[in-house]
Ligand binder design. Sequence first.
Ligand SMILES: NC(=O)c1ccc[n+]([C@@H]2O[C@H](COP(=O)([O-])OP(=O)(O)OC[C@H]3O[C@@H](n4cnc5c(N)ncnc54)[C@H](O)[C@@H]3O)[C@@H](O)[C@H]2O)c1
Length: 338
Amino acid sequence: MKVIQAGIGGMGNTWLNAVKRSDAVDFAGFVEVSDDIARAQTDAYNLDPARIFQSLPQALEAVEADAVINVTPPQIHREICVSAMEAGLPVLTEKPLAGNLEDARAIVSAANATGVLCSVAQNYRYRPLTHTIKAILASGELGAAAAVRAEFYRGPHFGGFREEMPHPLIIDMSIHHFDMMRFLLGSDAISITARSWNPPWSWFDGDASAAAVIEFANGVQASYIGSWCSQAFETSWNADWRFECERGVILVEDDRVYVQGLLGVDADARGAAGAHDDKREIPLIGMERESQDYLLHEFCEAVTQGKSVGTTAQDNIHTMEFVFGVVEACDSGKTVRL
Ligand SMILES: NC(=O)c1ccc[n+]([C@@H]2O[C@H](COP(=O)([O-])OP(=O)(O)OC[C@H]3O[C@@H](n4cnc5c(N)ncnc54)[C@H](O)[C@@H]3O)[C@@H](O)[C@H]2O)c1
């Protein structure tokens, strides 16, 4: 499969390397608006400068491609995804599907109208940690989950669009955790109460901290708290988690998964204080490919063999509605129902 990659700076590096590692995918060309980045990446990756174009239409004119990988900033996603699909090329786009809900819905409409695949890179789903939690929940060992808590604290200095956008934490980062909630619970958010704030020392223009309480269609209650300008005791990018289940708890700390339950406790003794099994660490499930490598392989099989993908734009619009529901709840101070 030959792809055009739009956006080769920043996160574009991850995709340049994922394609390099793949036996099944090769580059037809690139789209990059910054001459400096185009020059630097030509040197770093030994790219053919004649195959780097200023716009997707120019690239489509000049090279034969089977698909597009979109790694531009969110406000450009609609333009790239819709142009690709209208040209008949499937697109694998970085999250968020778009910079706002209107653009995201326009991408879904284009996917429906053209019948062309738009896959969204919600890579946090495709990690050993997430798969391990999903497997524990699916095993039924601990019974159904009734409540979930996720906590995320980091303090990255990225520069660029994130430091100027509104709600950088929620739209650019928490989207991964909200999408993980959808994936792990197999359900969609229906009601959101939330609040956001910007700590006095924040280097972001928009609110870099937020807390939300979310109800899911299957009755699970979730609480989320996060900050993108935390100065110490950082959590993993995957966040720390706690799942309150009928017969025990799943605890995720620093990318390690623990369970404690009632499996070994005699039915008559279950009500007694402290009556539970010892804390057990669960080894992470091994995956042949993860994150962007997983997504690229899945996308390639969809394009070349017609297989399905887990995170289509049509599915991802529910993650986008969740994210922008949290934004609306923060801005309005009201409970948002989806
Ligand atoms: N899945 C993840 O874990 C993850 C991590 C980081 C970033 N991302 C996503 O990747 C996307 C890009 O983020 P980034 O951090 O690389 O941003 P960035 O600003 O560092 O890089 C974007 C690149 O796109 C180029 N570009 C801008 N407009 C363009 C256009 N019209 N056509 C072609 N190229 C254009 C820029 O010159 C730059 O090289 C965002 O949607 C971001 O949310 C995802």
